[in-house]
Design a protein around this ligand. Structure first.
Ligand SMILES: *Cc1c(COP(=O)(O)O)cnc(C)c1O
Length: 393
């Protein structure tokens, strides 16, 4: 079969099947197994001195982590990948690889909230100042940059609120002043948004979501282009914040079906968002594939599709009515994270912590993750919820 070195000539779908695998190194077994290990033995004193062999110590990688790193690097069009134990750890390692004391960091106001917490606590203590900016800033990001602005952090669409950022415009303006551009690309994954082709230097993916796909792992992946890869790898090696072999194995398993699951999530999400948009209880649907979404043109230009996560704004309802809607749902679980096979819903409110922009959607905000259930069943579940909501006033 085709080995790892010649899989580049195949299309993306084929590469998802081949990526990072080399059965000839695993006695013919199709999948790279779970290698658990700290110590790696050296056959001779000479080899020990030279540290010449492919694997030298557990913290530096195993055949299992190497498989996923290779496949993800290729898929992302990156120079390299590091694997860490959560999406949030990926954000931390990415930021630490390009910042030092005295630096200024620009972060989108629509960022995943724990990223904001990390910047406002740990990064601040280490002497990095963060300024939050309007996610719709585009090329005007240049005006916010100071002589010590070394990095610009982006995320599209915005966590919960779904603003679309013009990543190529931001990257161009940031690069003109020498800054590194980071992006949290968890919503789209490299399959729906090729980050490095669009100007991103360091891309973050919470593998917890669509790569894992079954709500049973926590993992983060960071990729970098040639410019940022040496510093990213050095930072990772200095800290050894490692993903567990079991989680890496499950992520490799998830990788093989990721295209199918993501396409289906996109279709299911669109069907549910469309249905919700026609409900009298719904004021607005926040989904970038909707022509009415303010960021639709950017999404159409830069993205190759949509995943299954979106939000809606309901006409204002009482807490009691919202509780009646949520508490009786049979198919939609209430809980954080997303990207699994099961549907979820959570209410949210960004107004309490934004600093550069005002979040005032004029109603009750809900975020939906659409899973693989039958759409008619999901609609019936929500319709019953809306009936309870109305009865509760
Ligand atoms: C979930 C999520 C993360 C963090 O992933 P964890 O593995 O849960 O730490 C980061 N960014 C975004 C946009 C997310 O949705």
């Amino acid at each position: 079969m085709a080995g790892p070195s010649d899989s580049k000539r195949f299309s993306e779908r084929t590469r998802l099947v081949l990526g990072g695998r080399d059965p000839s190194e695993q006695f013919g077994f199709v999948n790279t197994p779970i290698y658990r290990g700290s110590t790696v033995l050296y056959p001779t004193y000479e080899e020990l001195k030279a540290r010449r062999q492919r694997f030298v110590y557990g913290t530096k990688g195993t055949p299992t982590t190497g498989s996923l790193e290779r496949a993800w690097t290729e898929l992302s069009g990156a120079a390299g990948t590091v694997l860490v134990p959560s999406g949030l750890a990926a954000i931390m390692v990415a930021l630490q690889s390009c910042l030092k004391a005295g630096d200024h960091l620009l972060v989108t106001d629509s960022v995943y909230r724990p990223t904001r917490q990390y910047c406002d606590t740990v990064l601040r203590r280490f002497g990095v100042e963060t300024t939050y900016y309007d996610p719709l800033v585009g090329a005007d990001i240049g005006a916010l940059m100071r002589p010590n602005t070394t990095a610009v952090f982006t995320e599209a669409p915005g966590s919960q609120s779904f603003e679309m950022q013009d990543i190529p415009a931001i990257a161009k303006a940031a690069h003109a002043r020498g800054a590194v551009v980071l992006m949290d690309n968890t919503w789209a994954t490299p399959l729906l948004f090729p980050p490095h082709e669009r100007g991103v230097d360091i891309a973050i993916e919470a593998g917890t979501k669509y790569l894992g796909g079954h709500s049973d792992i926590l993992m983060g992946l960071v990729t970098a282009n040639e410019r940022c890869w040496p510093a990213l790898r050095e930072t990772f090696d200095a800290m050894a914040i490692l993903s567990s072999p079991e989680d890496v194995f499950l992520a490799l398993r998830g990788l093989r079906t990721m295209r199918l699951r993501l396409d289906e999530a996109g279709r299911q999400g669109m069907a549910m968002a469309t249905w919700l948009g026609e409900r009298p209880e719904v004021k607005t649907v926040l989904h970038p594939a909707f022509p009415s979404h303010p960021g639709h043109a950017i999404w159409k230009r830069d993205f190759k599709g949509a995943s299954g996560l979106f939000s809606v704004i309901l006409h204002p309802v009482s807490e009691q009515a919202l509780g009646a809607f949520l508490d009786g749902l049979e198919l939609f679980g209430m809980g954080y994270s997303w990207g699994g096979y099961e549907s979820l819903v959570v209410p949210f409110d960004c107004s309490t912590y934004r600093t550069a922009t005002t979040w005032n959607p004029g109603g009750t905000a809900l975020r939906f993750q659409i899973g693989l259930e039958d759409v008619a069943d999901l609609q019936a579940d929500l319709a019953a919820g809306f009936a309870r909501m109305k009865a509760a006033g």
